[in-house]
Write a protein that binds this ligand. Structure first.
Ligand SMILES: [Zn+2]
Length: 53
């Protein structure tokens, strides 16, 4: 699965288990949508999460 999570809507409900696997250890956050993901390829405008703000 290499879709951008930002674009998922309905799919989220049916693939919730798969979705959880993509977001359970987020390292990137989408600057545009605010969605977090393990992999930068799963959000449309990834920014790396760091411990600090
Ligand atoms: Zn996005």
């Amino acid at each position: 699965m290499s879709k951008e999570l930002c674009k998922l809507k309905k799919e989220l409900k049916s693939d919730l288990r798969e979705y959880i696997l993509l977001v359970n250890q987020p390292r990137f956050v989408c600057q545009k949508c605010g969605r977090a993901a393990n992999d930068k390829k799963n959000v449309c405008s990834p920014v790396k999460l760091t411990g600090k703000l």
